[in-house]
Design a protein around this ligand. Structure first.
Ligand SMILES: Nc1ncnc2c1ncn2[C@@H]1O[C@H](COP(=O)(O)OP(=O)(O)OP(=O)(O)O)[C@@H](O)[C@H]1O
Ligand SMILES: [Mg+2]
Length: 340
């Protein structure tokens, strides 16, 4: 894969605080790369360094193979969309979208055709003459996207562009951005702290913590095989079992997603990797699912292990009750070994 941009040993400190430390990262061309991680982990700082708004304290940033570390933002040919999409209220939608083209002194005729093209791409051609305040949040967000795309950027940088939208619109816009990316072949870097958004939108997802990359890869690589406990927790794994409770070599902790735990009365099914005796301590009813909280004893003098299992309601038998003694198990392919 060709890299549209590269971070080579890039750090950024503020005083003696390291916001980003020794970052090595390739942004593949024509793909969506997401930077994912909790608040304060350095996502925006990373994006701002790529855009040229924040200078690295050390290291090199390459864009299209060239050293761009000290290149000013306007020479980087980037489109950006932020959380607050900051449209100009006194300008029409079309003028907003054409703003970057005007700055670049693109002739009026070409400007008009590029604005029309960008608005068509986001499905807002019919609103070209409107003022932004007459548009819904989602429409305004599309205008911001069209404005960033109209300049034909070599990189499109999106910093939590959907976080101001309501939940339904957010999900709709995910698909929209994917479609636009596929149609244009743009290289996109998207910042998010929403794991679902990252899983749905990424070709490559980069999980960050405290200025460092914890794991990167496609969702299909990362999701089933989190590299460590931080990534596992961030991706919604909930059960962390000391490896001493099950045969395993090297790992210190085993983890299984709640929907992959099986709960039975009696013996664990044949071939199960984990088989822990446990007691049901809580039940939450969620439509067709039951969320069971379970407690598995660990050994003399040690706290019990708490487990969460999502199981389908089984109407052929009585429902689970607190105090039920059960066996909690998981199939080998669903058990992830963590080294830390
Ligand atoms: N200009 C600055 N001066 C001092 N500290 C800063 C500055 N910019 C960022 N930081 C610090 O660097 C760390 C990373 O900030 P950054 O904005 O990159 O995080 P983020 O991952 O984008 O978080 P969020 O999800 O909240 O947007 C934070 O602790 C932040 O307080
Ligand atoms: Mg941020």
């Amino acid at each position: 894969m060709t890299a549209a941009a590269q971070f080579i040993d890039v750090s950024r400190t503020f005083g003696d605080f390291t916001a980003v430390g020794s970052l090595n990262l390739d942004i593949p061309e024509g793909r969506i790369t997401t930077l994912l991680g909790p608040s304060g982990c350095g996502k925006t700082t990373t994006l701002r360094m790529l855009a040229g708004y924040t200078a690295p304290s050390s290291g090199t940033i390459r864009i299209a193979g060239e050293d761009a570390t000290r290149l000013p933002p306007e020479k980087r040919n980037l489109g950006m969309v932020f959380q607050s999409y900051a449209l100009f209220p006194h300008m029409s939608v079309a003028d907003n979208v054409g703003y970057g083209l005007k700055l670049r002194r693109i002739p009026a005729a070409e400007r008009r055709s590029r604005v029309a093209e960008a608005l068509d791409l986001v499905g807002l051609g019919h609103l070209a003459a409107q003022r932004p305040r007459k548009l819904s949040g989602g429409q305004q967000q599309r205008v911001a996207l069209a404005r960033a795309i109209a300049i034909r950027p070599s990189l499109l940088l999106l910093d939590e562009p959907l976080s101001n939208l309501d939940a339904r619109l957010r999900v709709q816009m995910r698909a929209e951005i994917r479609r636009i990316q596929a149609e244009t072949g743009l290289t996109v870097v998207l910042v998010t702290h929403d794991q679902d958004e990252a899983l749905e939108m990424s070709d490559v997802m980069v999980l960050m913590r405290a200025g460092h990359v914890m794991q990167s890869g496609s969702p299909a690589e990362v999701f089933p095989r989190p590299a460590n406990r931080f990534v596992a927790e961030f991706l919604g794994y909930e059960n962390f079992v000391p490896a001493s409770l099950s045969a395993s070599d090297g790992a210190t902790t085993l983890t299984v997603r709640p929907e992959h735990l099986e709960v039975v009365q009696g013996e664990a099914p044949d071939g199960a990797r984990l088989a822990l005796p446990a007691t049901v301590t809580g039940i939450a009813y969620r439509g067709v699912d039951r969320h069971l909280t379970l407690s598995a004893p660990r050994g003399e003098g040690e706290d019990d292990v708490t487990l969460i299992a999502t199981v389908r309601a089984d109407h052929s038998r009585a429902d689970w009750r607190p105090g039920d003694r059960v066996t909690v198990s998981a199939r080998p392919e669903h058990v992830v070994e963590l080294a830390d």
